[in-house]
Design a protein. Structure first.
Length: 229
């Protein structure tokens, strides 16, 4: 999987670049470095990496602002590096579209393992059946687009993936751990409240009174997508 895979490392600490570049080279990845937010954005546009490892606290442009910018044009996997352990920063990064996070200090072997896991996860969807239709709702995982009454709704990549997962099996109840595992991966160490936040945002972007489909909360368990046949 790692043959010719390009990894962009965005961090202002030279030692982190030296260490990660060495470990990534041993795994046959090609890595590139950016030391501030502006350089990171230029490198993203120029190299078109397969995955980005991004520090949240970078000079000039913060990691959170970069995620917002990148997610407007790309669904490239992003792993957050942060010296902060606060839940707010981790959850906000995930809500903006990051795929995983690692808190500093970290093991470089762990970073490489997370990179491999995220790449496996983001490439595991089968080529067929990436588009779901429910009368006036369409969920397209190929283009990461949600259409309501034929008009595009503004969903983040993670919101699309959560909605697609629920809608792929109407009537099935997914608990929070299952959603975390299927969308963020089995090795994601996040809080299950991330799922609740994603569902809340999805509901805000969908018509609340649609009679043909809805996302139902199952108290104490999780969520279910209901649709008329």
């Amino acid at each position: 999987m790692s043959d010719s895979m390009k990894i962009l490392i965005c961090d202002d600490q030279a030692m982190i670049h030296e260490t990660l570049n060495e470990y990534l080279k041993l795994e046959s990845f090609t890595s590139f470095s950016a030391y501030d937010g502006e350089e990171a954005l230029r490198a993203f546009r120029y190299y078109q990496p397969d995955l980005i490892v991004m520090d949240l606290m970078m000079p000039k442009v913060s990691g959170l602002e970069l995620i917002k910018e990148i997610r407007q044009v790309s669904k490239v996997p992003i792993i957050i590096l942060t010296a902060k352990g606060e839940e707010f920063d981790r959850v906000l990064g995930i809500e903006l579209g990051a795929d995983d996070y690692i808190v500093k200090p970290f093991s470089p072997r762990e970073v490489v393992a997370r990179i491999k896991a995220v790449l496996r996860r983001t490439r595991e969807y089968p080529e067929e059946s990436k588009r779901l239709r429910f009368q006036d709702l369409e969920i397209n995982l190929d283009s990461y687009e949600v259409l309501v009454n034929g008009e595009s709704a503004q969903f983040t990549p993670k919101e699309v993936e959560v909605l697609y997962l629920l809608a792929s099996q109407p009537g099935k109840v997914f608990d929070r751990e299952q959603i975390l595992s299927r969308v963020w991966g089995y090795d994601y160490y996040g809080d299950t409240r991330v799922v609740d936040t994603q569902i809340k945002r999805i509901r805000q972007k969908l018509p609340s009174d649609n009679p043909n489909w809805n996302i139902k909360s199952i108290y104490g368990v999780g969520y279910r997508f209901d649709a008329k046949k």
